[in-house]
Design a protein around this ligand. Structure first.
Ligand SMILES: NC(=O)c1ccc[n+]([C@@H]2O[C@H](COP(=O)([O-])OP(=O)(O)OC[C@H]3O[C@@H](n4cnc5c(N)ncnc54)[C@H](OP(=O)(O)O)[C@@H]3O)[C@@H](O)[C@H]2O)c1
Length: 289
């Protein structure tokens, strides 16, 4: 996005990491006039999210709700401490709902006072969700529940946002169902992830962040910097569900579309859903005979 000329403001809790990220973004921006700002704050706290977003001088055109992950919240229900569920909900769900609410309120207020432009401007809120909300996986319980809540937020907000689309603005709400990719948080997760969870997702050989672990991971999963441009390009479709091109997320999404809109004309999602139906029949039939 910096390479395409956007002004960018990033929010998270740790100033040092924010400053490093800001320098990386500055290095790839198109033009020196682009403003790249880094603001520290816990976006899972309503007052913070509302005041930090309200205090920005420029109104955003796009809000990405990326905060989250499950660095220290993997484990089975019987083993997890109660505060784990709250932490996972704060970092994945509340850190989405409060910024989304703050920005949507500001946009709606702006539309009420704005002149009608020659053509409606597009205003987008994009949530970064996970395959973990599409398939129940033992060991991801706290995370799956928080991401399921975030998906419900995105689904419902998409419908509510239609109320505000008009001659001033078109509102678009999208949800990225990201599949495993390598980040520092993903490596951190490996340390506390149960071996059953690792076996299910294919990371059983990977314990932590050693060179051997990283190269084993790299043979199976892409790095964030490789997959992010693919995802950002897919966002341009305006489809509600945004996926990378790997087969696994396509199949998981097709099986769990529910009442969400299909992508494009719906043909690809319907075909994948039919394949999943055949696969399920194939597995169930021997159990019935
Ligand atoms: N990596 C994967 O395999 C994968 C797969 C599917 C989905 N995802 C999703 O992709 C997103 C990014 O994950 P990632 O793996 O790239 O991890 P990451 O690099 O650690 O990014 C997560 C970011 O969220 C910030 N954050 C967490 N809680 C926050 C809060 N309460 N307020 C403000 N910022 C907060 C963290 O910064 P601070 O700690 O400094 O606040 C960090 O910058 C997450 O939503 C994750 O669920 C990742």
């Amino acid at each position: 996005m910096a390479g395409q000329g956007a002004h960018i403001t990033i929010f998270s809790r740790k100033q040092k990491l924010l400053d490093e990220a800001r320098s990386e973004i500055i290095a790839v921006r198109q033009d020196d006039s682009q403003k790249i700002t880094a603001v520290a704050g816990d976006m899972g706290i309503a007052a913070n999210a509302h005041s930090l977003l309200a205090s920005q001088s420029q109104m955003p055109d796009i809000l990405y709700c990326v905060a989250g992950g499950t660095p220290t919240e993997c484990g089975f229900l019987v083993d997890l401490e109660p505060e784990t569920f709250e932490r996972c909900m704060v970092n994945n769900y509340y850190s989405s709902v409060y910024p989304a609410q703050a920005v949507l309120r500001r946009w709606v207020e702006d539309d009420a006072n704005a002149e009608i432009p020659p053509c409606p401007r597009t205003r987008k809120i994009i949530f970064v969700n996970s395959s973990a909300s599409l398939i129940p996986t033992p060991g991801y319980l706290a995370y799956s529940a928080a991401k399921a809540a975030q998906r419900a937020l995105a689904d419902t907000m998409r419908l509510e946002a239609m109320r505000y689309s008009g001659p001033q603005s078109t509102y678009v709400v999208q949800c990225i169902f990201a599949h495993n990719f390598i980040t520092p948080t993903f490596l951190e997760e490996q340390k506390s992830k149960p071996s059953l969870t690792k076996r299910i997702e294919g990371t059983e050989a990977i314990g932590g962040g050693s060179a051997a672990d990283i190269s084993a991971l790299e043979s199976r999963f892409p790095h964030a910097h490789k997959i992010a441009p693919e995802i950002v390009a897919a966002v341009a479709s305006n489809d509600f569900a945004v996926l990378d091109k790997r087969l696994e997320p396509q199949i998981l999404w097709a099986n769990m579309i529910g009442t969400s809109p299909r992508r494009g004309w719906g043909i690809v999602d319907c075909l994948f859903a039919f394949l999943m139906f055949l696969e399920a029949m194939d597995r169930q039939w021997p159990l019935c005979t």
